[in-house]
Design a protein around this ligand. Structure first.
Ligand code: GAR
Length: 212
């Protein structure tokens, strides 16, 4: 990616849509839990804000809400349970193979709570997007919302970035800021961060893939 063209502004108001003569981008979504970001992508596609189609949802925890959401949107949901793959590389190999079977072009980690290896990254070089609930590079890794509260910062937010081997460290695509209020709990703060996640994730996908 040409980093000169990568916007560094927080929450730009306008992100250009992909040219309409492009065929819909074939997305694979990976989620570990609730799946509200999956749903935000599906909604953006339905609304015409993102020229894409979701080929499948990969999930790693049986029974998570993301599966019901996928069914509601008629998206195939494929369980790849990390507990069946003691080696991370074997898990990622299975994930990459499945994504390829479904002819996925770009991958979105929408609440995927596993560290990925070079096996997956090399299968989709510069084509994996992650959403993280903090203003990176602050508060990487797990518990991003709690880390911000514990640090006592007054502003946090969310970041959409390209995935590299180093956790939460790839090129930043979009960020949105969220103020921390005096009585915030992890739950109230996360709820406000998620409103912003649902807004910027589809925008960031459109932005990242507009150069294809
Ligand atoms: C989101 O807040 C996302 O930023 C976070 O998990 C949540 C998933 O929500 N991801 C991470 O913490 C990754 N380190 P969802 O299942 O409702 O989309």
């Amino acid at each position: 990616m040409n980093t000169d063209a990568t916007p560094s502004l927080i929450s730009p108001a306008v992100v250009p849509l992909q040219p309409s003569n492009n065929p819909p981008l074939k997305l694979g979504i990976m989620a570990s839990g609730n799946g509200t970001n999956f749903e935000a992508i599906a909604q953006a596609i339905q609304d015409g804000r993102l020229n894409a189609q979701i080929q499948l949802l990969i999930y790693n925890n049986p029974g998570v809400k993301a599966v019901a959401r996928a069914q509601n949107w008629d998206v195939p949901a494929v369980l790849i349970n990390h507990r069946d793959y003691p080696q991370r590389e074997d898990l990622d190999s299975k994930i990459a193979q499945t994504l390829q079977e479904y002819e996925v072009e770009w991958v979105v980690m929408a609440g995927w709570m596993r560290v990925v290896t070079s096996v997956l990254i090399d299968a989709f070089p510069n084509r994996i997007i992650n959403i993280h609930p903090s203003l990176l590079p602050s508060f990487k890794g797990v518990r991003g919302v709690e880390q911000a509260l514990e640090a006592g910062v007054k502003i946090t937010g969310c970041t959409v970035h390209l995935v590299t081997l180093e956790v939460d460290s790839g090129t930043i695509l979009l960020q949105a800021a969220v103020p921390i209020l005096p009585n915030d709990t992890p739950e109230t703060l996360h709820a406000r961060i998620q409103v912003q996640e649902h807004r910027i994730l589809p925008q960031a996908i459109a932005l990242a893939t507009s150069l294809r």
